[in-house]
Design a protein around this ligand. Structure first.
Ligand SMILES: [Zn+2]
Length: 89
C-alpha cells in the first residue's frame, strides 16, 4: 500500500456522481444481497463483500463498514450516501 491516490476521470465517475444517496443505498443493498461489492479500483473490479481485488482495493462494503456482524449497516450506508451526494455539488 503506497497511499497514492488514483483519480478516476471518466464518464463512469460522472454517472456515479449523479446518483442520489438513496440510489446509492439501494445499489449497495443490491450488491450485498447478490453477494458482491464494488471497490474503488480504477479497473472496476467487483469482489466478495469481504474481499480484496487483485489490485489491492478492498470491498467498499468492508472498508466503509456497510456490513456489521453479518448484517447490513444501513446507518453507515446512509452516512456515506449523504457524504457521497454532497460531493456532487
Ligand atoms: Zn482491481
Amino acid at each position: 500500500m503506497s497511499g497514492q491516490q488514483n483519480f478516476v476521470k471518466s464518464e463512469e465517475t460522472e454517472e456515479n456522481e449523479k446518483k442520489s444517496a438513496d440510489e446509492f443505498i439501494e445499489f449497495i443493498e443490491i450488491c450485498i444481497n447478490e453477494g458482491w461489492s464494488p471497490t474503488k479500483c480504477p479497473e472496476g473490479c467487483p469482489v466478495e463483500p469481504d474481499g480484496v481485488c487483485p489490485h489491492g482495493f478492498k470491498s467498499i462494503v468492508l472498508e466503509l463498514g456497510f456490513i456489521a456482524d453479518g448484517r447490513i449497516n444501513r446507518e453507515a450506508i446512509e452516512n456515506y450516501g449523504s457524504y457521497y451526494s454532497r460531493q456532487t455539488t
